[in-house]
Design a protein around this ligand. Structure first.
Ligand code: UD1
Ligand code: PEP
Length: 430
């Protein structure tokens, strides 16, 4: 298994190109199941999750061509994906693929809408909580689906096709919104989704569906009104910038007291997180094609944070913010309200000398004068990158094990950071 070695203490200086968003690229790729025509997606990041979803879609009969150079056996390093689902050869998504990634479960709605049936394994993804799928299922039932769960599989049927319905989500769910939105685009008549997730990735998918011929009102709000079409067309769409990658690098720059331009990204995708970062003493300025983050030698101001659905502070940046707070000049409190088990980075940060106490959903972080490098273990995607930030701040060497978690969601992480002066390298297993 590969490991990442970091020798901390370097300030980050330079520029970092921000990749397309993983959490938009995945549902956008799935949207190909809704049309016989070609869907062209630009700015697709080269990530393990993207490659795994490509395998899942091929299993359903999707043809995928990638522009750009390819590296390695199964991995694509391509910016542009051409996806065509002329015929769906299989409506089953098997356990061994779906159990490895959350977003793969979102094929359920589109397969059902197009084929009138689907059998999809219950999903996996980061082990950050129980992560049920009840909201996905009640949403699809409101569109006329018959659903049963058997042997770890969701078996859904709508022999006469889906019809529009009224879905009121009792709590905000990104995945359930994607699943129902994608299905509704091909359902007969109008669907109203209330308390929809407002995450920018949902808006990106909706914008692509509009290009494919669906009529959608309320994009970017919590009420989506979708007029489904009997047939959707192909489209060309560019994946929006990754706000979680943006925030991660922004926090890393602040953590090391650096000066970096994050290229190709937008402040409005993560206003709350960047405003919070500014409160810690970093400076955030807009540039022609991105955002510049600087922090001078002054200490890091401790700031309390509570994770919330968009536009609040994202749960996917909680671990990274905690890493920054470990060196703050005082005590901060972080409350995780979205996932009940998203604090696995705490014990790993403690190995580097962080002082963090956990009480239920709340972590109290007392800033320490210095961190010291140590061997640590990545437990999930965002937890592992919080260890990278801590390693960049720490004195001496940090060795991060199980970096396959990082490869799910961060494209060329070591190259991007080392180009800005970080001492970071991948130690290949062989
Ligand atoms: C691939 C992807 O885009 N993953 C993101 C997506 O995950 P994901 O779509 O899985 O997250 P959700 O927004 O659905 O989860 C939010 C909360 O709702 C709960 N819930 C969800 C569905 C359901 O049927 N029943 C239920 O109770 C979850 O357990 C959680 O407590 O949004 C999360 C919240 O922003 C992010 O952390 C993940 O990075
Ligand atoms: C939690 C994440 O991914 P997933 O939902 O696939 O587990 C994430 O992207 O931070």
């Amino acid at each position: 298994m590969d490991r990442i070695k970091i020798v901390g203490g370097e300030r980050l200086k330079g520029s970092i190109p921000i990749s397309g968003a993983k959490n938009a690229a995945l549902p956008l790729m799935i949207a190909t199941l809704l049309t016989e025509d070609r869907l062209t997606l630009k700015n697709v990041p080269n990530l393990a999750d993207v490659n795994l979803l490509a395998r899942i879609l091929r299993n359903h009969g999707v043809d995928l061509a990638v522009d750009g150079k390819r590296v390695g056996g199964t991995s694509h390093l391509g910016e542009t994906f051409h996806l065509t689902a002329r015929d769906i050869s299989d409506t089953m998504a098997p356990y061994d693929l779906v159990s490895r990634m959350r977003a793969s479960f979102w094929v359920l709605g589109p397969l059902l809408a197009r084929m009138g049936e689907a059998k999809v394994s219950l999903p996996g993804g980061c082990a950050i909580g129980t992560r049920p799928v009840d909201l996905h299922l009640t949403g699809l039932k409101a569109l006329g689906a018959d659903i049963e769960i058997d042997g770890g599989y969701v078996i859904a049927r709508a022999p006469k096709g889906l019809r529009g319905g009224h879905v009121i989500f009792p709590k905000v769910s990104v995945g359930a919104t994607h699943n129902v939105l994608l299905a509704a685009a091909l359902a007969k008549g109008e669907t109203l989704i209330e308390n929809a997730a407002r995450e920018p990735e949902v808006g990106d998918v909706a914008a692509c569906l509009v290009k494919m011929g669906a009529v959608i009102e309320g994009i970017g709000t919590s009420t989506l009104r979708i007029q489904g079409k009997p047939r959707l067309e192909g489209a060309v769409h560019a994946v929006l910038p990754d706000r979680i990658e943006t925030g991660t690098f922004a926090f890393a720059v602040a953590a090391t007291g650096g000066d970096v331009v994050l290229e190709g990204t937008r402040r409005d995708l993560l206003t709350t997180a960047l405003d919070t970062l500014a409160e810690t003493g970093a400076t955030v300025t807009d540039t022609d094609n991105g955002i510049r983050i600087t922090r001078n030698g002054d200490g890091i101001v401790p700031i309390d944070v509570e994770t919330q659905p968009f536009p609040g502070f994202p749960t996917d940046l909680q671990a990274q913010f905690m890493a920054l707070m470990t060196r703050a000049k005082g005590t901060s409190v972080i409350r995780e309200t979205i996932f009940e088990n998203r604090f696995m980075h705490v014990q790993e940060l403690a190995r580097l000398g962080a002082d963090i106490k956990l009480h239920g959903d709340t972590a109290t972080i007392r800033g320490v004068k210095s961190l010291r490098g140590a061997p640590v273990m990545a437990t999930d995607l965002r937890a592992s990158v919080s260890l990278v930030i801590a390693g960049l701040m720490a004195e001496g060497e940090t060795l991060i094990n199980r970096v396959y978690h990082l490869d799910r969601g961060f494209e060329r992480l070591e190259q991007k950071l080392s180009a800005c002066g970080a001492q970071i390298e991948r130690l290949s297993a062989g």
